[in-house]
Design a protein around this ligand. Structure first.
Ligand SMILES: Nc1ncnc2c1ncn2[C@@H]1O[C@H](COP(=O)(O)OP(=O)(O)OP(=O)(O)O)[C@@H](O)[C@H]1O
Ligand SMILES: [Mg+2]
Length: 281
């Protein structure tokens, strides 16, 4: 493992409940030993039950945030979360190209766990055309995979295999690029995620934890991967190792979520399960 402390930025929306979005991303980076930076694409009014409003800052200010940070801090990886609308996607894609950020983990956030929409429909084409060429790893859930492929969401593991293959065709061919297709939306007692680079299809399964506290599982997983990829760089099968480590971290965070009492809806996962002593112990 590479022992240098990675500098990792999240470019994402703010969920004030801290379970998803930029705040959850920074908790994840911190829990996994990365130095976290953050660039705000959108402010949301949100709790564990619902999203009541979204405010997108002017593009010039988003650009200013990116340029000011990246002209100073050499980032080892960037995680992309909620990108709100087509101009935001275009600005982020253009600035990532300008600064030649190599490791971009793109979580194509479209709908919150509460069912609220977080990405304008008009942004999908921009995502495909401008951002996917800059993406090292794309981490859609099943409904997002369906939207990106203009088909219905995969609803069996077999269909997930085909979708992962088709999604890989949306990223540049020939270069090392990865799809992490998340199967959390399929029913059943086991969950299966697929990791695919165009050649190796790696199935990762784990038992489903029975809990309502799954707010931000996707944000947490993609941030964990972004924090860990620089750590595993140069090792044996570094991407697979980073994703396995990220899944283990998330599983423990979901399993420990009952220690937190936050809100009345889908509560957050426990990002600091390993660092905090259990209350009363
Ligand atoms: N109940 C659960 N128990 C264990 N693992 C889970 C559970 N729910 C989701 N996961 C895992 O969490 C990760 C995120 O999966 P999911 O498909 O829920 O993403 P998502 O829909 O993008 O999440 P979000 O709603 O936070 O955006 C996957 O690795 C999935 O296997
Ligand atoms: Mg998600």
């Amino acid at each position: 493992m590479n022992s240098a402390i990675p500098r990792v930025a999240s470019i994402a929306g703010v969920d004030p409940s801290g379970g998803a979005g930029l705040l959850a991303d920074l908790k994840t980076f911190s829990a996994l030993g990365a130095y976290g930076c953050g660039i705000v694409t959108a402010l949301t009014a949100q709790n564990t039950c619902t999203v009541t409003g979204v405010h997108v800052p002017p593009q010039a200010f988003l650009r200013q945030q990116i340029d000011t940070l990246l002209s100073d801090v050499a980032l080892d990886a960037v995680k992309l979360g909620m990108l709100a609308d087509a101009p935001t996607v275009a600005t982020v894609a253009e600035r990532l190209a300008h600064f030649e950020v190599a490791i971009v983990v793109c979580d194509p956030v479209m709908v919150a766990k509460s069912g609220d929409h977080l990405l304008a429909g008009s942004a999908i084409a921009m995502l495909r055309e401008a951002l996917l060429p800059r993406t090292f790893m794309l981490t859609p859930n099943l409904p997002e995979a369906g939207v990106l492929l203009s088909q219905r969401a995969p609803d069996t593991v077999k269909e997930m295999y085909r979708a992962a293959e088709r999604l890989r065709e949306l990223l540049p061919l020939g270069d090392e690029r990865w799809i992490l297709l998340k199967g959390g939306h399929l029913p059943g007692s086991d969950l299966t995620d697929l990791l695919f680079d165009g050649d190796r299809m790696i199935e990762m399964s784990s038992p489903r934890i029975d809990t309502p506290n799954t707010h931000g599982t996707g944000c947490t997983l993609s941030s964990a991967v972004a924090a860990l990829l620089p750590r595993y760089a140069g090792g044996f099968r570094p991407v697979e190792a980073a994703v396995r480590h990220a899944r283990e971290y998330l599983t423990r965070a979901i399993a420990a979520s009952g220690q937190l009492q936050v809100g009345h809806g889908h509560g957050p996962v426990h990002h600091f399960h390993a660092a905090w002593a259990r209350p009363g112990s």
